[in-house]
Design a protein around this ligand. Structure first.
Ligand code: SF4
Length: 358
């Protein structure tokens, strides 16, 4: 397994390193934030101790199967009241093209289409897994799970068990945005609250479904909100060990309702935030990923100097970032990812979704 060896030391005290940060931990992190050079040095050192020289990536494809959504998230330019829903054949065509490029993972997410029930989501998984059993299905956000369970009138655990039986391998820890209810009321008022997000994620872990974890930052949240978010992820991981990685998602505001409110984080803030995540989550979450499609390739490469050990996937399509105004292309080849990693003096490693070597 990549990056399995937890480093011995943390900038936090032992009790802070095991669970939440506590007040002392928050003050340590704030002090580091105010001293970027010390922050970068610490993040770099922890990353090297934990992951060595290796930087991983996964050959995958996103499939956004519908943009029809009843949600009202202000950072989203993807949703439509009337939009597309891929047919079975369109889904299979996308899977075939991913398979031809050697993809080991499909990341499947969509809008919250009215009336979609658990069986509809299971059908997508079964459609793919019956023809492509070797491809890992990384699918459906906690909000989608809540949506389908509500539409079907079943408990979240029952929905998750059905999805697992249909071929679900793991789940994206998206819909997290910022895990502070007051912030959620401002940017995604129709989305699940923090307690419900935790409930879906920890239920998935209990049922043997690993998840990633994410943070959408650079909008209305404060620095303390970001720390509260990271603390929740630490608490969950301390209890379940079910989180495979942490992915930082800087806001791309240009075509969203938040365009007039913020320009999104600048380069320095992005670099600092990736470094802070490495320090704050150490040693519980060892894989910290930057998003080349949101940051751009150059900036994503720069994060490798300051605490990041994973560049995510080849994607092949990303309607969500592009609708919001990302100007990056929707595909990066494995060779290009290797080039970026090597340019920063690191060793590229192709991985599976669950951080095994390919
Ligand atoms: S972020 Fe997801 S839930 Fe929110 S409006 Fe967009 S598609 Fe819907």
């Amino acid at each position: 397994m990549i990056c399995s060896q937890a480093a011995e030391r943390s900038v936090l005290s032992d009790s802070e390193a095991e669970g939440g940060h506590g007040q002392g931990g928050r003050e340590s992190l704030l002090a580091l934030w105010r001293e970027p050079l010390r922050l970068f040095r610490t993040a770099r050192q922890l990353c090297r101790e934990t992951c060595g020289d290796e930087v991983s990536f996964v050959v995958n494809r996103n499939i956004n199967f519908t943009n029809v959504c009843v949600g009202r998230c202000k950072f989203c330019a993807f949703r439509r009241v009337e939009g597309f829903r891929l047919t079975d054949q369109q889904i299979l065509d996308r899977v075939a093209s991913a398979d031809a490029l050697g993809a080991t993972e499909l990341c499947i997410q969509g809008g919250l289409a009215p009336g979609m029930v658990v069986e509809d989501y299971c059908h997508i998984l079964e459609l793919i897994s019956s023809d492509y059993p070797r491809i890992h299905l990384h699918a459906f956000s906690p909000m989608e799970v809540l949506h389908m369970a509500g539409n079907s009138g079943v408990e979240v655990a029952a929905a998750l068990l059905d999805l697992k039986a249909a071929g679900l391998g793991s789940m994206p820890g998206t819909a997290a945005e910022i895990l502070v209810d007051e912030v959620r009321r401002q940017i995604c008022p129709t989305k699940m609250n923090v307690a419900m997000w935790r409930e879906v994620i920890t239920t998935a872990h209990r049922l043997g479904i690993p998840t990633t974890s994410t943070m959408l930052y650079g909008h209305v949240e404060s620095f303390q909100d970001r720390l509260a978010h990271l603390e929740i992820l630490r608490e969950i991981q301390g209890q379940t060990r079910g989180i495979t990685e942490f992915i930082l998602l800087p806001l791309v505001p240009w075509r969203t309702e938040l365009a007039g409110v913020t320009r999104g984080p600048d380069l320095l803030e992005n670099l600092k935030m990736h470094a802070l995540a490495r320090v704050a989550l150490h040693p519980l979450i060892t894989n910290v990923q930057s998003s080349w499609v949101k940051l751009g390739r150059e900036a994503a490469g720069a994060t490798l100097e300051w605490g990041v050990n994973d560049l995510g996937g080849t994607l092949m399509e990303d309607h969500i970032s592009h609708s919001a105004g990302s100007t990056e292309s929707q595909y990066i080849s494995a060779d290009e990812l290797c080039e970026i990693i090597e340019r920063h003096g690191r060793v590229p490693v192709q991985r599976t979704t669950l951080y095994q070597r390919v």
